[in-house]
Design a protein around this ligand. Sequence first.
Ligand code: ADP
Length: 157
Amino acid sequence: MKRTAIYPGTFDPITLGHVDVVMRGLKLFDRIVIGVADNPNKGPMFDVAERYAMVSETFSAESSVHVARFSGLLVDLAHDHQAHAILRGLRAASDFEYEFQMATMNRRLDAAIETVFVMAREDYTFVSSRFIREISTMGGDVSALVPEPVLSRLNRP
Ligand code: ADP
């Protein structure tokens, strides 16, 4: 049986930090389903269709990576894809509190699904979607921090 993990997030937009989490996740799992959350209450810069498109284009050559949009419970998305794990990334201690709460809540909802964390690569520990949005809005260069499908959209007039 294939080992499948769900990697959920807002991906507003996807960064090379996210890509690194996926690539390291592929060493542990046969298949990764990236769950792009609708999250309209977060007031995203990119709507969900565009966030989904950027993630799909980034991994178009990677047959073990699938992309799904979702708005309901994460455990339901996991069931839909026969996934037994949730993959998340940790950058700093500040990520821990929220991640701990989410992992604990998901375990209460379905104890059979394990949350697995991978640590951010050193050169991406400071990379966040918010940072990318802020820097690029102010005209800064983020080309070393995001995949091409994001860069082309950020540079759009
Ligand atoms: P969410 O709104 O669910 O936090 P994000 O898209 O911001 O969605 O992040 C999704 C996951 O990726 C989170 O677990 C976050 O900690 C992780 N992540 C984000 N950026 C990085 C990075 N640079 N390195 C490692 N993990 C990261």
